[in-house]
Write a protein that binds this ligand. Structure first.
Ligand SMILES: NC(=O)c1ccc[n+]([C@@H]2O[C@H](COP(=O)([O-])OP(=O)(O)OC[C@H]3O[C@@H](n4cnc5c(N)ncnc54)[C@H](O)[C@@H]3O)[C@@H](O)[C@H]2O)c1
Length: 277
């Protein structure tokens, strides 16, 4: 099996989900977060997720959890999957540090929603072995992995990551390294427009989401989805689209910015467009 040991950096909602599916595929996972205790909390969340999945025929939770080890810093591994906050400076620093710690043949992947993979690759001495591996939320449930090739990514790296996605039970779709790739270039302007509709008093949040759910057959409305993604992440992605594509239509909605300034980040803080208990 390729990639026997995977280092996941960032133990938030995405990093935890990624660690879970990688461990469920039989691989060893080291999970690191800069916040002390975050990786351990993530393992507890995995326990709950795995218990639910086991009721529907998923893997034995204990057998998966035993393969996940919280670690205090970056450690050598065959593959790093980075899933820290959507901030280019933070990600670049992690790629530079990982380049010095992981063996030269290891692949460095980012779960970024929008930050150019080409710049992350350029921060390392192995740009041909840097790639975007963009999972979807919730990771144990959603099947898609958007695989993003940097300008420098080799065919061999791309093939290895597409194969890994298949091995994790996912379906890979390849995209080139343009702002927001494919998924967020389409999704985020939709979320942003829903925030504008709310700000301009066109409809209440429930009505906006009901119209999208029943009218477009979406499983969730855009405001509920933004709460799931995290409003801070949504603003960061819109900023990347705005800066990268240079069109004012991508400017983040002021209401989204205001909610972020108030600490209403969505589900992860208990309040966004909706309240969560
Ligand atoms: N939320 C989504 O629906 C979603 C979907 C696909 C991709 N993503 C991407 O995944 C990444 C993580 O998003 P998330 O929703 O899990 O965010 P999150 O806020 O839940 O978690 C981010 C984690 O990164 C940690 N962190 C920050 N700086 C760090 C550092 N220097 N070293 C180690 N850990 C650090 C934080 O402590 C936090 O635990 C982002 O790039 C985001 O764009 C998010």
């Amino acid at each position: 099996m390729r990639f026997q040991h995977v280092l996941v950096v960032g133990a938030g909602q995405m990093g935890g989900g990624i660690a879970q599916v990688v461990a469920a595929s039989g691989r060893q996972v080291s999970l690191h977060d800069e916040v002390p205790g975050a990786a351990e909390r993530s393992v507890s969340a995995m326990e709950r997720s795995l218990a639910k999945l086991a009721e529907k025929g998923g893997p034995d939770p204990a057998g998966v959890l035993v393969r996940v080890t919280p670690v205090d810093g970056l450690v050598p591994a065959d593959l790093m999957i980075e899933a820290v906050v959507e901030d280019a400076r933070v990600k670049k620093a992690i790629f530079q540090a990982a380049d010095g710690i992981l063996p030269a043949e290891a692949i460095l992947a980012s779960n970024t929603s929008s930050i150019p993979i080409t710049t992350l690759a350029a921060a390392t001495g192995r740009p041909d072995r840097v790639i975007g591996m963009h999972f979807f939320n919730p990771v144990p449930v959603l099947k898609l992995v958007e695989v993003i090739r940097a300008l420098q990514t080799s065919d061999e790296t791309t093939t290895a990551i597409v194969e890994l996605a298949g091995d994790l039970g996912k379906i890979a779709a390849e995209a080139r390294d343009f702002p927001g790739f494919v998924s967020n270039r389409i999704l985020m302007p939709f979320v942003n427009e829903a925030a504008y509709a709310l700000m301009e008093g066109v409809a209440e949040p429930e009505a906006i989401d009901t119209i999208a759910k029943l009218g477009f057959a979406h499983p969730m409305g855009p405001l509920a989805l933004a709460d799931l993604i995290g409003l801070d992440t949504c603003v960061s992605i819109m900023e990347v689209l705005h800066e990268g594509l240079g069109d004012p239509k991508y400017a983040p909605c002021p209401l989204l910015r205001q909610y972020v300034a108030a600490g209403r980040l969505g589900r992860k803080t208990g309040r966004g467009f909706y309240e969560y208990t």
